[in-house]
Design a protein around this ligand. Structure first.
Ligand SMILES: [Zn+2]
Length: 583
């Protein structure tokens, strides 16, 4: 009976044509930073087919408008006859369908941006993130895709997590899978792999690698994988690829994907085995995303929509909690000393407590505002990060769950619960689900926690939140010294003066009207560039200071009394070794 029923239903839901969407990416020799892209597919039903390029990419929640790099757009029928088309939005094109046969779209994509989410082309490097340059057919993101690389020279190395079907052909289950798979292609890539807990971890390096043996690095990655696997209690894949693009400048950037992670890192980090350990932290962060955000994902991002801003108040969780677990993974894997862990955590909390942005914008607000950031309309003092805000919430949420349940429930338990309840049931994480789950596992006090510190903007009461846990907590006020005394925390020397980069809130410098971005020229008639930290330490409290500076070229000045700026200091460390065992 069932068999007959399913046979009858079959023609209703199967696609009319099982043919995949066929993409081709080609590049000229010698390259001129331009990829030639072609898409061949059956047309949509009706008169038109609309193709579009994503306006943003998962992992960076800001409009990037990749269509700006497109030129030479053209559409043809299967026989190569031109089809009429019109551009209808900044990143979509409407094509008149052919009378019969397939539809073909061609265009060029200018690729000269080098970061972990971009595309680039040079004689020795073919690097692309398909999400930058492959258009989707509107309404058909779930159809299988094929990607061909006709320009790929024989013998060149290709690193990607996308399954290979031939020497120059790759296959994807759908558009989401296709564009989630960056490609690193070169005459030579330094690659190695390690079987770890039933999963093959691959590393691929492009650039100067001084390291002779990559196995110790892979073993460290495996330790991190083991730690993270224990947290989530589930491994959703068999292969995972770390793609490292090494550059001769100081860039540190990475993007997570479901089966791989893409990194752009300074080449000195791969000079030897010791230096290579500097890549472990950023690698641990992207690896953790394999679960958090690539699989356990806010419902607003499930499935991804690429044509507009997609709002979620949960990026403090997707990024900040991932950052919390980055350090914690290193600690648990034995790759970071406990003393360094607590010293770093204390320093990061201290930094947040002295940045006014976190008293003005809640972690939930900062998550929504990711689409604004960095906003040139907001003064630097008010620029907050959902990474930092979320890391603070992550630590305090973990401690609150432990405090309320005498250590029976931790943030690990909450992650496992959410992963099973949502991802493993094929669902996205609703906006309120995290709070509900925390209350369910940790009790009613967690409701108050979310009100104050996730939806609200309260400064945490560390002593109260960590009470009863075997942690020493010190919250103190300390005066700044040197330039910090007047409230200038960071500056950059320029030919005429000092470019102000960070000012302490409530400090004399802030009260004088000086702002981030201003060029400080003189203090008491002396060139600011000549002043040392000792000058500031030698001044008496209340001394009159005459400052002169320029803003956008306009001269400004003020005279104010020196009042030393103070900083709130947070220090947290465990007082029992047992705590570390359970942490
Ligand atoms: Zn991240």
């Amino acid at each position: 009976m069932k068999w007959t029923l399913s046979l009858r239903l079959w023609p209703l839901w199967t696609p009319l044509v099982a043919e995949p969407l066929r993409y081709t990416i080609a590049w000229e020799t010698p390259p001129r930073y331009t990829y030639q892209v072609r898409l061949q597919c059956r047309p949509n039903a009706g008169r038109y087919t609309v193709v579009a390029l994503p306006a943003w990419r998962p992992g960076r929640y800001i409009l990037q408008n990749y269509a700006g790099a497109v030129s030479h757009f053209a559409a043809y029928d299967e026989a190569g006859r031109p089809l009429p088309w019109r551009k209808i939005t900044k990143d979509s094109w409407q094509i008149e369908n052919p009378r019969q046969g397939l539809l073909q779209v061609e265009y060029r994509f200018y690729a000269r941006q080098l970061d972990a989410g971009s595309s680039y082309l040079s004689p020795e490097l073919v690097y692309f993130n398909p999400i930058n340059l492959l258009m989707y057919v509107v309404g058909r993101l779930e159809e299988p895709c094929e990607l061909e690389l006709p320009s790929l020279p024989e013998g060149w190395a290709v690193a990607t997590a996308l399954p290979r079907k031939g020497p120059r052909k790759f296959v994807a289950t759908d558009y989401h899978h296709l564009v989630d798979s960056p490609f690193l292609i070169a005459p030579f890539l330094r690659s190695d792999r390690l079987d770890c807990e039933g999963v093959t971890l691959h590393v691929h390096f492009w650039g100067r690698v001084g390291v002779r043996n990559l196995q110790p690095f892979l073993q460290d990655l495996c330790r991190l994988f083991q730690v993270q696997k224990r947290i989530w209690g589930h491994v959703p894949l068999k292969e995972y690829h770390f793609l490292y693009l090494l550059v001769p400048f100081s860039m540190r950037h990475a993007v997570e994907h479901a089966y791989s992670a893409m990194f752009v890192l300074p080449e000195e980090g791969a000079a030897d085995e010791t230096a290579l350990r500097s890549f472990l932290g950023i690698s641990a962060h992207e690896l953790f995303h394999l679960w958090n955000v690539k699989r356990l994902r806010p419902a607003a991002l499930w499935p991804y929509r690429y044509d507009r801003e997609v709002y979620t108040s949960l990026h403090w969780f997707t990024e900040g909690v991932t950052d919390y677990y980055t350090s914690l993974s290193l600690l648990r894997a034995g790759l970071m000393e406990p003393s360094e862990y607590w010293q770093r955590l204390s320093a990061e909390l201290t930094q947040i407590e002295n940045t006014p942005a976190y008293a003005l914008f809640s972690p939930a607000e900062l998550s929504i505002d990711s689409w604004l950031a960095p906003s040139s309309y907001r003064p630097a003092l008010y620029q907050g990060s959902f990474y930092a805000a979320g890391k603070r919430v992550g630590f305090l949420l973990d401690m609150s769950l432990r405090r309320e349940t005498q250590g029976r429930v931790t943030l690990d338990s909450l992650l496992r619960y959410l992963y099973r309840r949502y991802y493993l049931r094929g669902k996205g994480l609703p906006e309120a689900a995290l709070e509900q789950a925390a209350v369910r596992l940790g009790g009613p006090a967690l409701k108050d926690f979310f009100e104050r510190y996730v939806w609200g903007r309260e400064a945490p009461d560390y002593e109260a939140l960590l009470a009863g846990l075997p942690l020493r907590v010190e919250v103190t006020q300390k005066p700044y010294s040197g330039w910090g005394r007047v409230g200038i925390l960071r500056y950059r020397a320029e030919s005429e003066g000092l470019r102000i980069e960070e000012i302490a809130p409530g400090s004399a410098a802030e009260k004088s009207g000086l702002e981030t971005g201003d060029l400080l020229l003189t203090v008491g008639g002396r060139p600011a560039k000549d002043l040392t930290p000792a000058f500031w330490d030698s001044l008496a409290e209340g001394a009159q200071l005459q400052l002169s500076w320029t803003r956008d070229g306009f001269p400004l000045e003020a005279t104010i009394p020196l009042r030393s700026a103070w900083q709130k200091h947070i220090w947290i460390e465990p007082i029992e070794d047992d705590f570390l065992k359970s942490y």
